[in-house]
Design a protein around this ligand. Structure first.
Ligand SMILES: Nc1ncnc2c1ncn2[C@@H]1O[C@H](COP(=O)(O)OP(=O)(O)OP(=O)(O)O)[C@@H](O)[C@H]1O
Ligand SMILES: [Mg+2]
Length: 242
């Protein structure tokens, strides 16, 4: 693994929300290095800083202090537009609540991220169809989100996240709204993406989900307090933290 290149490097990352008496120290000197191709889960109690860290890794937000290198680029030095450009090229996002546009078909939803990539409409369609086929929805491309089950909607969201062939797939509680069978379908897709070389980083509260990844990182009070937990250790930490 160490011969793979470093794709994410957080150095002493701090995130402070608000000012004065309402200040929240959401991240407190977080160091984290992730190599290309890793399959990583992030766990920890509610409010421990998981989403804040994901949003910084995904260039949706910027740290208050510290350095962040994404694919060896010092992104903490970039402005908003540069950040958006890097995000569009290198990052795919999946969220708990799918975030699909309801009036658009599955195909149109998946075509959306390519608007900024300067791709012709024919190629956008073709790539979106390929991505939807990859998540097993090749036969539902014309369906609207309301016509799809939760698991199918999440698969559309995954297709949308991978259509620009990102280096990193970031998923914040992607199975939080799904039943156990659908959860496993989503995890099977993540496993395939991981096998194909994409770096996958996923926030989860579910030990059964984290167990299927290759590295378990544990956040507490804005800090990483455990890294590379074994499934057994993770269960102990999970029990101790409730
Ligand atoms: N936009 C914001 N403004 C102010 N405080 C915020 C903001 N976003 C998050 N926080 C605070 O920062 C801390 C970390 O929040 P974060 O969302 O990263 O936690 P989390 O680990 O993802 O929790 P959960 O498991 O509930 O999703 C919390 O105390 C939260 O209230
Ligand atoms: Mg969160």
């Amino acid at each position: 693994m160490s011969n793979q290149s470093v794709i994410v490097r957080l150095e002493a990352i701090e995130k402070i929300y608000g000012t004065g008496e309402t200040t929240v120290h959401a991240l407190d000197k977080v160091d984290l290095t992730i190599h290309q191709g890793e399959y990583c889960s992030i766990m920890g109690a509610s409010g421990s800083g998981k989403s804040t860290a994901m949003n910084i890794i995904g260039c949706l937000d910027r740290p208050t202090a510290g350095a962040y290198y994404l694919d060896r680029v010092a992104v903490s030095a970039l402005d908003k537009d540069q950040l958006a450009a890097i995000r569009n090229r290198k990052i795919g996002f999946v969220f708990q609540q799918f975030h699909l546009l309801p009036q658009m078909s599955a195909l149109e939803n998946v075509m959306l991220p390519m608007i900024y990539a300067g791709v012709s409409i024919e190629e956008r369609k073709e790539r979106a169809e390929t991505a939807l086929a990859k998540v097993g929805l090749g036969n539902r491309i014309d369906s609207k989100p309301t016509q799809l089950s939760g698991g199918q909607q999440q698969r559309v969201a995954i297709a949308r996240a991978i259509v620009n062939q990102p280096l990193i797939l970031l998923a914040d509680e992607p199975t939080g709204a799904l039943d156990s069978q659908t959860t496993q379908e989503v995890l099977n897709i993540f496993q395939e993406l991981h096998d194909s070389g994409i770096t996958v980083i996923m926030v989860t509260h579910e030990p059964e989900v984290a167990k299927q990844t290759e590295r378990i990182v544990w956040f507490k009070d804005g800090r990483i307090v455990h890294d590379r937990l074994t499934p057994e250790e993770m269960l102990k930490v999970a029990v101790a933290s409730v």
